[in-house]
Design a protein around this ligand. Structure first.
Ligand SMILES: [Zn+2]
Length: 258
Protein backbone atom coordinates (compact mmCIF):
# COMPACT_ATOMS: atom_id res chain seq x y z
CA UNK A 1 0.00 0.00 0.00
CA UNK A 2 1.17 3.47 -0.77
CA UNK A 3 2.47 5.44 2.16
CA UNK A 4 0.36 8.58 2.02
CA UNK A 5 1.85 12.01 2.73
CA UNK A 6 1.23 13.57 6.11
CA UNK A 7 -1.45 16.25 6.18
CA UNK A 8 0.76 19.30 5.99
CA UNK A 9 1.28 21.52 2.99
CA UNK A 10 4.98 20.73 2.48
CA UNK A 11 4.46 16.96 2.42
CA UNK A 12 1.33 17.20 0.26
CA UNK A 13 3.01 19.51 -2.29
CA UNK A 14 6.04 17.21 -2.45
CA UNK A 15 3.90 14.11 -3.00
CA UNK A 16 1.04 15.33 -5.18
CA UNK A 17 2.48 18.48 -6.79
CA UNK A 18 1.20 22.05 -6.85
CA UNK A 19 -2.58 22.60 -7.09
CA UNK A 20 -3.46 24.01 -10.49
CA UNK A 21 -1.91 22.93 -13.82
CA UNK A 22 0.74 20.78 -12.13
CA UNK A 23 -1.85 18.64 -10.33
CA UNK A 24 -4.26 18.73 -13.30
CA UNK A 25 -1.61 17.13 -15.51
CA UNK A 26 -1.55 14.23 -13.05
CA UNK A 27 -5.30 13.58 -12.92
CA UNK A 28 -6.44 10.28 -14.41
CA UNK A 29 -9.86 8.71 -14.91
CA UNK A 30 -11.19 6.17 -12.43
CA UNK A 31 -14.16 4.17 -13.69
CA UNK A 32 -16.35 3.29 -10.69
CA UNK A 33 -17.54 -0.34 -10.60
CA UNK A 34 -21.11 0.80 -9.92
CA UNK A 35 -23.18 3.59 -11.39
CA UNK A 36 -22.54 6.89 -9.64
CA UNK A 37 -24.52 10.10 -9.93
CA UNK A 38 -23.48 13.72 -9.66
CA UNK A 39 -26.40 16.00 -8.89
CA UNK A 40 -28.70 13.20 -9.97
CA UNK A 41 -27.00 12.77 -13.37
CA UNK A 42 -25.14 9.53 -14.12
CA UNK A 43 -21.35 9.82 -14.45
CA UNK A 44 -18.99 7.31 -16.04
CA UNK A 45 -15.63 8.34 -14.59
CA UNK A 46 -14.01 10.21 -11.71
CA UNK A 47 -10.93 12.40 -12.14
CA UNK A 48 -8.39 11.62 -9.45
CA UNK A 49 -4.67 12.04 -8.82
CA UNK A 50 -2.72 9.24 -10.52
CA UNK A 51 -0.91 8.35 -7.28
CA UNK A 52 -4.18 7.73 -5.43
CA UNK A 53 -6.37 6.52 -8.33
CA UNK A 54 -5.55 2.84 -7.74
CA UNK A 55 -6.44 3.12 -4.07
CA UNK A 56 -9.73 4.90 -4.86
CA UNK A 57 -10.60 2.16 -7.37
CA UNK A 58 -9.74 -0.54 -4.82
CA UNK A 59 -11.97 1.10 -2.18
CA UNK A 60 -14.90 1.40 -4.62
CA UNK A 61 -14.37 -2.21 -5.74
CA UNK A 62 -14.48 -3.41 -2.12
CA UNK A 63 -17.73 -1.48 -1.55
CA UNK A 64 -19.22 -2.98 -4.73
CA UNK A 65 -18.29 -6.51 -3.63
CA UNK A 66 -19.42 -5.95 -0.02
CA UNK A 67 -22.91 -5.00 -1.16
CA UNK A 68 -23.12 -8.03 -3.42
CA UNK A 69 -22.73 -6.03 -6.65
CA UNK A 70 -26.24 -4.79 -6.00
CA UNK A 71 -26.76 -1.32 -7.43
CA UNK A 72 -30.06 -0.92 -5.56
CA UNK A 73 -28.40 -1.43 -2.17
CA UNK A 74 -25.65 1.02 -3.11
CA UNK A 75 -28.26 3.56 -4.21
CA UNK A 76 -30.41 3.05 -1.10
CA UNK A 77 -27.42 3.82 1.15
CA UNK A 78 -26.56 6.98 -0.79
CA UNK A 79 -23.11 5.68 -1.72
CA UNK A 80 -23.65 6.28 -5.43
CA UNK A 81 -24.15 9.99 -4.80
CA UNK A 82 -20.79 11.31 -5.93
CA UNK A 83 -20.18 14.84 -4.70
CA UNK A 84 -16.80 15.83 -6.10
CA UNK A 85 -13.07 15.14 -6.11
CA UNK A 86 -10.67 17.59 -7.74
CA UNK A 87 -11.31 21.19 -6.79
CA UNK A 88 -8.47 23.76 -6.66
CA UNK A 89 -9.60 25.56 -3.53
CA UNK A 90 -8.27 26.44 -0.10
CA UNK A 91 -9.41 24.87 3.14
CA UNK A 92 -12.58 26.59 4.34
CA UNK A 93 -11.58 29.38 6.69
CA UNK A 94 -7.95 29.45 5.52
CA UNK A 95 -6.37 31.80 2.98
CA UNK A 96 -3.22 29.75 2.52
CA UNK A 97 -3.74 26.04 3.11
CA UNK A 98 -4.93 24.06 0.09
CA UNK A 99 -7.82 21.65 0.56
CA UNK A 100 -6.94 18.03 -0.12
CA UNK A 101 -9.47 18.33 -2.97
CA UNK A 102 -6.95 20.66 -4.62
CA UNK A 103 -4.56 17.73 -5.02
CA UNK A 104 -7.22 15.51 -6.57
CA UNK A 105 -6.72 13.21 -3.60
CA UNK A 106 -10.07 13.54 -1.81
CA UNK A 107 -13.60 12.41 -2.65
CA UNK A 108 -16.99 13.38 -1.20
CA UNK A 109 -19.90 10.95 -1.09
CA UNK A 110 -23.57 11.59 -0.27
CA UNK A 111 -23.04 15.22 0.72
CA UNK A 112 -26.73 15.83 1.47
CA UNK A 113 -26.72 13.49 4.45
CA UNK A 114 -23.10 13.90 5.52
CA UNK A 115 -22.55 17.63 5.78
CA UNK A 116 -19.90 19.48 7.75
CA UNK A 117 -20.40 19.16 11.49
CA UNK A 118 -22.90 16.32 10.98
CA UNK A 119 -21.05 13.99 13.34
CA UNK A 120 -20.67 10.65 11.64
CA UNK A 121 -23.53 11.42 9.28
CA UNK A 122 -25.00 8.23 7.88
CA UNK A 123 -21.88 6.94 6.13
CA UNK A 124 -22.07 3.11 6.25
CA UNK A 125 -19.24 1.46 8.19
CA UNK A 126 -18.33 -0.89 5.28
CA UNK A 127 -17.71 2.19 3.11
CA UNK A 128 -15.54 3.79 5.79
CA UNK A 129 -13.67 0.50 6.22
CA UNK A 130 -13.05 0.14 2.48
CA UNK A 131 -11.32 3.53 2.33
CA UNK A 132 -9.42 2.95 5.57
CA UNK A 133 -8.11 -0.34 4.24
CA UNK A 134 -6.42 1.77 1.54
CA UNK A 135 -4.89 3.96 4.24
CA UNK A 136 -7.26 6.87 3.63
CA UNK A 137 -8.42 9.22 6.36
CA UNK A 138 -12.13 9.78 6.92
CA UNK A 139 -13.51 13.26 7.62
CA UNK A 140 -15.96 11.75 10.12
CA UNK A 141 -12.97 11.06 12.38
CA UNK A 142 -11.82 14.69 12.48
CA UNK A 143 -11.48 16.09 15.96
CA UNK A 144 -13.71 19.12 16.24
CA UNK A 145 -15.81 19.83 13.15
CA UNK A 146 -16.34 16.60 11.25
CA UNK A 147 -16.83 16.14 7.51
CA UNK A 148 -18.36 12.65 7.11
CA UNK A 149 -18.86 12.88 3.32
CA UNK A 150 -15.09 13.27 2.89
CA UNK A 151 -12.32 10.69 2.30
CA UNK A 152 -8.74 11.76 1.59
CA UNK A 153 -5.51 10.02 0.79
CA UNK A 154 -3.18 11.45 3.39
CA UNK A 155 -1.55 9.83 6.40
CA UNK A 156 -4.20 8.55 8.83
CA UNK A 157 -1.84 7.59 11.67
CA UNK A 158 -3.39 8.40 15.01
CA UNK A 159 -6.93 8.13 13.62
CA UNK A 160 -9.31 5.19 14.24
CA UNK A 161 -8.72 2.12 12.09
CA UNK A 162 -11.15 -0.32 10.52
CA UNK A 163 -14.11 -1.08 12.79
CA UNK A 164 -16.18 -4.28 12.97
CA UNK A 165 -19.24 -4.08 10.78
CA UNK A 166 -22.55 -4.12 12.60
CA UNK A 167 -25.03 -6.74 11.48
CA UNK A 168 -27.71 -4.10 11.45
CA UNK A 169 -25.95 -1.52 9.39
CA UNK A 170 -28.61 1.14 9.61
CA UNK A 171 -27.56 4.65 8.69
CA UNK A 172 -27.53 6.93 11.71
CA UNK A 173 -29.81 9.90 11.49
CA UNK A 174 -28.32 13.17 12.57
CA UNK A 175 -30.30 16.31 13.20
CA UNK A 176 -27.31 18.45 12.23
CA UNK A 177 -27.07 17.14 8.69
CA UNK A 178 -29.13 20.00 7.30
CA UNK A 179 -26.89 22.63 8.83
CA UNK A 180 -23.92 22.39 6.54
CA UNK A 181 -23.49 25.71 4.82
CA UNK A 182 -20.77 24.43 2.54
CA UNK A 183 -20.77 25.96 -0.90
CA UNK A 184 -18.12 23.53 -2.16
CA UNK A 185 -20.12 20.43 -1.46
CA UNK A 186 -23.06 19.56 -3.62
CA UNK A 187 -26.46 19.43 -2.02
CA UNK A 188 -28.62 16.58 -3.20
CA UNK A 189 -32.12 15.66 -2.07
CA UNK A 190 -31.91 13.24 0.81
CA UNK A 191 -33.12 9.65 0.93
CA UNK A 192 -36.28 8.86 2.89
CA UNK A 193 -35.68 8.28 6.58
CA UNK A 194 -35.29 4.70 7.84
CA UNK A 195 -38.50 3.18 9.19
CA UNK A 196 -39.68 3.90 12.73
CA UNK A 197 -38.62 0.46 13.95
CA UNK A 198 -35.14 0.76 12.46
CA UNK A 199 -34.67 4.21 13.97
CA UNK A 200 -35.74 2.95 17.41
CA UNK A 201 -33.44 -0.04 17.04
CA UNK A 202 -30.61 2.33 16.11
CA UNK A 203 -31.37 4.57 19.07
CA UNK A 204 -31.08 1.64 21.50
CA UNK A 205 -28.04 -0.03 19.96
CA UNK A 206 -26.41 3.31 19.23
CA UNK A 207 -26.62 4.27 22.88
CA UNK A 208 -24.99 1.04 23.97
CA UNK A 209 -22.50 0.77 21.14
CA UNK A 210 -21.22 4.32 21.34
CA UNK A 211 -22.37 5.04 17.81
CA UNK A 212 -24.15 8.11 19.07
CA UNK A 213 -21.15 9.16 21.12
CA UNK A 214 -22.79 8.12 24.41
CA UNK A 215 -21.29 4.64 24.54
CA UNK A 216 -20.95 3.16 27.99
CA UNK A 217 -19.42 -0.12 26.91
CA UNK A 218 -17.16 1.11 24.15
CA UNK A 219 -17.75 -0.19 20.67
CA UNK A 220 -20.08 -3.22 20.58
CA UNK A 221 -21.65 -4.93 17.59
CA UNK A 222 -25.42 -5.23 17.53
CA UNK A 223 -25.38 -8.85 18.65
CA UNK A 224 -23.19 -7.95 21.60
CA UNK A 225 -25.73 -5.29 22.51
CA UNK A 226 -28.48 -7.90 22.29
CA UNK A 227 -26.42 -10.20 24.53
CA UNK A 228 -25.91 -7.42 27.09
CA UNK A 229 -29.63 -6.58 27.15
CA UNK A 230 -30.62 -10.25 27.37
CA UNK A 231 -28.06 -10.85 30.14
CA UNK A 232 -29.41 -7.85 32.04
CA UNK A 233 -32.99 -9.10 31.89
CA UNK A 234 -31.90 -12.59 32.95
CA UNK A 235 -29.96 -11.13 35.91
CA UNK A 236 -33.02 -9.15 37.05
CA UNK A 237 -35.20 -12.29 36.89
CA UNK A 238 -32.64 -14.32 38.88
CA UNK A 239 -32.29 -11.59 41.51
CA UNK A 240 -36.07 -11.30 41.73
CA UNK A 241 -36.45 -15.05 42.32
CA UNK A 242 -33.65 -15.06 44.91
CA UNK A 243 -35.12 -12.05 46.69
CA UNK A 244 -38.70 -13.34 46.78
CA UNK A 245 -37.72 -16.93 47.48
CA UNK A 246 -38.45 -19.65 44.92
CA UNK A 247 -41.47 -20.91 46.83
CA UNK A 248 -43.19 -17.52 46.81
CA UNK A 249 -42.50 -17.07 43.08
CA UNK A 250 -43.99 -20.51 42.34
CA UNK A 251 -47.05 -19.61 44.36
CA UNK A 252 -47.36 -16.26 42.54
CA UNK A 253 -47.08 -17.92 39.10
CA UNK A 254 -49.71 -20.48 40.15
CA UNK A 255 -52.08 -17.67 41.17
CA UNK A 256 -51.62 -15.98 37.75
CA UNK A 257 -52.19 -19.23 35.84
CA UNK A 258 -55.33 -20.18 37.78
ZN1 LIG B 1 -14.48 16.92 0.88
Amino acid sequence: MTKWPRDNQADLLAFYGTPGPDVERQLVNVVPPFQMYYDGKPISRIRFHRKAAGALKAALDEIWEYYGRDQRRIDALGISKYAGTYNPRKVRGSATKWSNHAYGAAIDLNAAENGLGAGRGNMPQPVINAFKRQGARWGGDYRGRTDPMHFEFCDASGYPGVKPVKLFDVPETDADSDLHADRDHTHIDSEPKPSWLRRKWKAVTGWFSGGAGLGVFGYLTDWQVVAVLFGGVLLIVILFVLFMGPGNVRAWIKRQVN
